[in-house]
Structures are given as C-alpha cells and as structure tokens.
Design a protein around this ligand. Structure first.
Ligand code: FMN
Length: 212
C-alpha cells in the first residue's frame, strides 16, 4: 500500500507529532523508504561531508531483538521500521569522493576541491573525540529532523528515540566501532489519535539582538 501524498510545508511541520502507537499491519515499501532517506540526505552538513549512516531495521525478528535494547518501548515492535542513525567518526575520509563528484557535476572547481580536501584533512583528522562527536550530533540531528518531515509529507509518522542502550545496539547489531550512535527513529502509520504537545512561549526562548 502506498500512502504517497504531498502536503504543503506548514501542514507537514504542524502535523508532525511523536507517535508511539502504530498500525503494525502497515509496511513501507523499500522504494518509499528510499525516497524518504533520499530526501533526508539533502540536509546540510559540516563541509558537506555527510557523516550520517543509517541502518533500516524492518525485519520482525530484528525489531524483536531491538525491543529490549530500546528499553521495551512498544513502538519498536509496532512501527513499520526503526531507523538507527549513526555518525561516522571517520567521515572526512570521504572528502575526496564527495568533492570529486562536485567537480564532475560542475558545482566546484578542481582548485577549490583541493583546498577543501586539505582543509578537511587538517581540521577534522586532528580534532579531539569530543569535538568530532559534537559535529556528528549536529549533522545527525539535522538529517534526522529532515527524515521525520519527509516521512510526514508522505503521510507517515515517526518518533525519535534516545532511550536505548547504545553499547548493546553496537554489540548485537555488529555496528562498526567508528560509527557513533545518534538516535533511533521509529516510522510507520499512527494507530489511534495523535497527541499534540505544548511549547514554551516563543518570547521565553528567543532574544532579539542582545541576550538580556
Ligand atoms: C533526542 C530525542 C530523544 C527522544 N527519545 C524518546 C524516547 O526514547 N522515547 C519516546 O517515546 N520519545 C522520545 N523522544 C520524543 C520526545 O518526547 C518528543 O519529541 C517531545 O515530547 C515533543 O513531542 P513531539 O515530538 O510530538 O512534538 C525523543 C525526542 C528527542 C528529540
């Protein structure tokens, strides 16, 4: 069943809510999941180095394996899939490939490419772990948000999850050690009513020009 729909941006943003109860009979085709991921990876990233990596967990036996790792959160079993988002701690190794593609596409000159590669080498390779992780979490957050909005635009619901055991996820799903776990995202079709949440008033979280 395809639920492909196109909605205007405001409806997409306003209708996204974290959903924890899913219609477990709904499957998302590989084609549609690919489209969602394809849109997600249009997100911006530091130096366009796209450190995100995804593991799409859709098989029932694997969702069952993930369930206790995610502290038995029900959406892991009910959702059509759970997408584990990672950040590659060696992301700058792909600089050559990424910038060469940009040159081929006419987006960048060879000269700029060489400068970008040199800068990626100098800046990222020698960074301490903590700063590297902060880049992965920033870029990983942006791609995750874009994924959730892309899913919503197609009529699907999601919930981001930080409640899981990262060490066990690595161990039990054989995740390479240089992949830092960012979050899990359950994706599927909501079952029952979706619950909105409140927000602090904008004036409580926004300063104009000066922080006072
Ligand atoms: C980083 C992060 C981790 C979260 N972890 C969980 C989680 O483990 N389980 C869960 O049910 N919801 C989780 N949430 C969802 C939040 O509870 C939810 O986004 C928040 O209450 C606002 O509701 P809304 O998403 O419907 O606007 C998480 C959200 C974020 C951003």
């Amino acid at each position: 069943m395809s639920t492909q729909t196109t909605q205007d941006f405001h409806s997409v943003v306003k209708s996204r809510h974290s959903v924890r109860q899913y219609d477990s009979s709904v499957k998302i085709s590989k084609e549609e999941m690919t489209e969602i991921l394809q849109e997600a990876i249009l997100a911006p990233s530091s130096s366009n180095l796209q450190p995100w990596r995804f593991l799409v967990i859709e098989q029932e036996d694997l969702k069952k394996k993930l369930h206790p790792i995610a502290f038995n959160q029900g959406q892991v079993l009910q959702a059509s899939a759970v997408i584990a988002v990672f950040g590659d701690m060696e992301w700058y190794e792909h600089a050559e490939e990424i910038y060469s593609d940009a040159v081929k596409a006419g987006f960048m000159t060879e000269e700029v490419k060489q400068a970008f590669i040199a800068s990626a080498e100098n800046v990222y390779r020698h960074m301490d772990e903590e700063r590297k992780k902060s880049i992965l979490y920033t870029d990983g957050g942006l791609v995750s948000m874009q994924l959730m909005l892309s899913a919503r635009a197609k009529g699907y619901d999601t919930v981001p999850m930080g409640g899981y055991d990262k060490i066990k996820l690595h161990e039990e799903f054989n995740i390479p050690t240089h992949y830092e776990s960012i979050m899990l995202i359950a994706i599927g079709k909501a079952e029952g009513p979706v619950h909105p949440t409140s927000r602090l008033p904008l004036e409580k979280v926004t300063y104009w020009n000066e922080m006072k």
